[in-house]
Ligand binder design. Structure first.
Ligand code: ATP
Length: 336
């Protein structure tokens, strides 16, 4: 039961074995089929950065009794909530979130192998309470590590000859939110401007460490897009030197500080688009390997969002073209 929603449905997450099914029949049942029937069910929302995975996860969790598990390798750490674009508290609508901002990145980096264990524990816990685990996040190496039956920490499924495994340890309903790359790039650029407007620069200025050893590879949260780009700017124009924590320099076009700032913003936009491209490639690779991804085309909703001020029309399109088909897929999946 979800206290925030009147539309909540109760559907079996692990189908009960029919009572008429006799012991001898069960014993004869093919072991693979038997194993499949006892696996936990998981909804997996995939997609490039910025495509609305978090929004869809809430749209589903307010219609089904579900809890969300984050699978973004940067959002798993606490801190930099604006820069890493974590879903805000009021947007969560009371839906419980797991592995979102739960780890301190000043300790060791969370590996895919560790994610596999902690996320599996979250799935068991959620399922034991007869709720549906919904995995949402763009880190495909984490998703792969968690879901495959046999995980090999030495191999990289997205590089070289190592392949994406299709033997999964859960019964998965894969929803892939896709937005055409041209529209997504425009949206991502706008999103970076909005994030700056919401305090990203100030957040990064507080996070900036002037004593950091530049030659050492960045780990954990320090890898987040925005950190290296603005660290370069802050090294030239330290935020405290300006008597303020940070501020978007409002100076003339040819001002070197303004140029350095704009260079950082451009690098963030380029790197975000590059990340999106890489994520789409990885998703296509998983689909090519045989993962049954249900593609939801959100391009129109984003196109309208970019061209209108109200966002109302865009929400209606999102509802019709993304949420409604997703709900149908999930309902069918739960009834299987
Ligand atoms: P790989 O493990 O091969 O890098 P992946 O698909 O597991 O790929 P991604 O989620 O694509 O991992 O993240 C790759 C990089 O993209 C991160 O190291 C980080 O630089 C950046 N990144 C990912 N998510 C975020 C985020 N939420 N905020 C800021 N930067 C991010």
């Amino acid at each position: 039961y979800h206290p925030y929603c009147s539309k909540v449905q109760t559907l079996p997450l692990i189908p009960a074995i029919k009572p008429t099914f006799r012991r001898s029949g069960w014993a004869r049942m093919d072991s693979t089929v038997r194993r499949n029937r006892t696996k936990h069910k998981v909804v997996v929302i995939m997609g490039a950065t910025g495509t609305g995975k978090s929004k869809l996860s809430i749209d589903l969790a307010t219609r089904f009794p579900a809890e969300i598990i984050n699978s973004d390798k940067i959002q798993i750490y606490s801190g930099l909530d604006i820069t890493t674009n974590k879903i805000q508290m009021h947007e969560r609508q009371g839906v419980p979130h797991h592995l979102l901002g739960d780890f301190d990145s000043s300790h060791a980096e969370i590996t895919p192998s560790q994610f596999r264990s902690v996320a599996a524990a979250a799935i068991s816990d959620i399922s034991s309470r007869r709720k549906l685990p919904v995995l949402a996040g763009g880190s495909n190496s984490f998703i792969h590590a968690l879901l495959v039956d046999r995980f090999d920490s030495e191999s990289d499924p997205f590089n070289g000859s190592d392949s994406v495994s299709t033997e999964l340890r859960y019964r998965c309903c894969f929803l892939w939110v896709d937005v055409s790359f041209a529209v997504l790039s425009d949206y991502l650029s706008k999103r970076v401007d909005e994030m700056l407007g919401s305090g990203m620069l100030e957040e990064l200025a507080k996070f900036y460490d002037p004593d950091e050893d530049e030659s050492r590879p960045k780990t954990g949260l320090r890898k987040a897009i925005g950190v290296p780009e603005f660290d370069r700017h802050f090294r030239k124009y330290p935020p405290v030197d300006q008597g303020i924590i940070a501020g978007n320099p409002k100076k003339k076009k040819d001002d070197p500080e303004m140029e350095s700032f704009e260079e950082a913003v451009k690098a963030i936009k380029d790197n975000t688009c590059h990340l999106a491209k890489k994520q789409i490639e990885k998703i296509l690779r998983m689909r090519g390997a045989g993962w049954d991804l249900k593609r939801l085309d959100a391009t129109e909703a984003f196109r309208v969002l970019l061209s209108s001020d109200s966002g109302k029309k865009s929400s209606e399109i999102w509802e019709k073209q993304v949420v409604e088909p997703s709900v149908k897929f999930v309902r069918r999946f739960l009834e299987e």
